[in-house]
Design a protein around this ligand. Sequence first.
Ligand code: GLN
Length: 467
Amino acid sequence: MTRSIGEALAAARDGSAQEVATAAIARARDDRWGALLHVDQEGALAAAASVDTAATEGRAVGPLAGVPVVIKDNLCQRGTPTTCASKLLEGWVAPYDAHVVERLCAAGAVIVGKANLDEFAMGSSGETSAFGPTRNPCDEARVPGGSSSGSAAAVAAGIVPAALGSDTGGSVRQPAAFCGLVGLKPTYGRVSRYGLVAFASSLDQVGPIARDAASAAALFDVVAGYDPRDATSADAPRGEHVAAVARGVRGLRVGVPRDFVAGADPDVRDAFERALDRLVERGASVVDVALPHARHGVSVYYLVATAEASSNLARFDGVRFGLRVEGADLTETYERTRARFGPEVKRRILLGTYALSAGYYDAYYLRAQKVRVRIAEDFAQAFERCDVVATPTTPTVAWRLGERSDDPLQTWLQDLYTLPASLAGLPALSAPCGTGEAGLPVGFHVTGRRWDEATLLAVAGALEGER
Ligand code: GLN
């Protein structure tokens, strides 16, 4: 088991990248959590071999030389299947690399495989995957969270030290919280979405999941940066992310929206309060802030995200990508093909199509966009008094597999704490902060100012020092 990126780097340097890759492939093949959908033995060994050759020849190797990683299966990697855990894309092989995949390869990382997810990244438990659910390595009867279920499980199970996920409304942070890991959703625009299969384009970001803050920072540094192929990619100032982890929190003002936090279960609140105390011991101060519109985040998100998804997923029609189920004519071919979406995806497409239809647009989508602005304004006001806003990542610890499958609304409400930062386009991170009910991990969620991922990583680093 490789626990951190630092350990993997050392193992690849002191032994060989090929040995590290071979061990990671063996662990990936032993996957009993349903974490992976595809293991790329050939590609991983070739990448490792070129790292070893470069090292032998004295050529510079990248900052992730020989580090095994997995990527969520909604990221394109040339020549490998990209399914989004959907029957609709079964058999589709990506013809090009996502921007983040290019970055990983250039940095010397070894991509071992593609991670399971909720179908088209829609879900919070990993159970909507068309290829079977993922189990939480901390307790195999529980869900790992979602939608980056396999990315988190692969790290928690020790298959790889770090993984990439995508986060539209919490899909990196919530599974990180449920599996006791660090998950970072970067500022909207920080990481290029080129080659990420779109879910809700005004929200989607790619982010790292790792066991510790230093590993998350190292992976984030590699994938962040401007890319002209994504129109929303920003040429933002780069931070010193790896160094920030050890910076400490002295003088940091942590804003806590008390009545919002009150919505979490008592065991989660206890762990959250203990983490706040530890930050205060380390020199931070806690101030009260108000996010009066945050409680509308669930309603706003499930309109905006479904509306955008209904439009983005129109392209999966049996003509251009993956699955095609022939019908008597074109319309029937569309219908038969699209009938293969799973129930959660269908629910979202129907809801989003309804919200965007003539006559309803003003009442739903437009109104949701207005409340979205209010949520962003709440944060802007809070940041006049504090440097980060803290809440628990989730209202509860990981639930049992199957426990919530019949109640989509209950599952949607679980996204309460991760959605506001997504809607405001702000960076947010979940760090482990002890345990709640049944000894299960609890996540500490911090939201920062635009481009200030560094401060979030400093908070994660400070909490680790006390673990
Ligand atoms: N759980 C949320 C949803 O189901 C967020 C998903 C995500 O971030 N991709 O939409």
